[in-house]
Design a protein around this ligand. Structure first.
Ligand code: SAM
Length: 253
């Protein structure tokens, strides 16, 4: 089975021999590939909706993997028993939804040694959740596929983070020739992505600036008193993003 580059990147960050749970698995492509390739000894595909659940059951049955991949219907981490898996993957949803799934199922995270998360939007919400819940972001990636940009975040429990400390990762710092980057901006842009800024990273933030400029154009037509304050905040954000991009090396990837 050929996975998309996005799902393959997630699979590449699951340690060999893991017991996996893929939450919001849809067609169960990732857990099926994880077991088929020998990366995982077993996998659970969790789905809250019956259509994707049925698609997952079909995929696992047709792959002949029902002995190793279990498909379970339920909300978020409800489908898991504590201690049942080592790695949890959640991909293809908003960062806010992923954070709420982790939050609601936090008791199921004890014994989990790695989270591999791929938010479609709201990456900052997810980084903040990880930071506030003692998970260390050990790496992150950005990739483009079919014209869409995706980020993949990899986190381990704080006690397992070894050399990487959350306080250092998100500590306000000066970049380039005096551009201050606050904890909030590190959460928004990604501490590792900022250290290795690829062309995709530059493209993402240029596109964010375009979206913000379009909001500014709409706001300029509004008579609401709040419009000016909103515009000022957006202009400040654009200025900060431009400053940060200007002080980063240009990656030719
Ligand atoms: N993970 C796959 C991927 O990355 O290609 C599928 C992503 S699909 C866009 C999102 C899936 O998450 C849907 O199948 C949806 O039913 C499921 N989902 C949404 N909220 C969920 C929840 N709280 N618990 C389990 N699954 C959920």
């Amino acid at each position: 089975m050929k996975l998309s580059n996005r799902l393959q990147l997630i699979l590449d960050h699951i340690p060999s021999g893991s017991r996996l749970a893929d939450i919001g698995s849809d067609h169960a492509l990732l857990p099926t590939a994880a077991v088929e390739t020998g990366t995982c000894v077993s996998a659970i595909a969790g789905e809250v909706n019956s259509g994707p659940y049925q698609a997952a059951v079909k995929q696992v049955t047709e792959s002949g993997l029902t002995h190793a991949v279990m498909v379970r219907l339920g909300d978020g981490l409800d489908v898991l028993e504590t201690g049942e898996v080592d790695v949890i993957t959640i991909s293809g949803m908003g960062g806010g939804l992923i954070a709420s799934i982790l939050d609601r199922g936090e008791n199921k995270l004890s014994g989990v040694s790695r989270l591999v998360l791929q938010p479609n939007v709201g990456e900052d919400i997810l980084r903040k959740w990880l930071l506030e819940h003692h998970w260390v972001l050990i790496n992150e990636y950005i990739l483009v596929e079919d014209g869409k940009i995706y980020e993949v975040l990899i986190a381990v429990p704080e006690e397992q983070g070894l050399e990487i400390k959350n306080e250092e990762l998100y500590q306000e710092r000066i970049m380039g020739e005096g551009t201050k980057i606050s904890t909030d901006w590190l959460l928004r842009m990604g501490p590792w992505l900022l250290q290795r800024p690829s062309s995709v990273f530059h493209a993402k933030w240029k596109s964010e600036i375009q979206k913000m400029n379009s909001i500014l154009r709409s706001l300029s037509k509004s008579d609401l008193a709040s419009a000016e304050e909103k515009s000022a905040n957006i202009r400040a954000d654009i200025k900060k993003i431009e400053e940060v991009l200007a002080c980063l090396p240009k990656d030719k990837q």
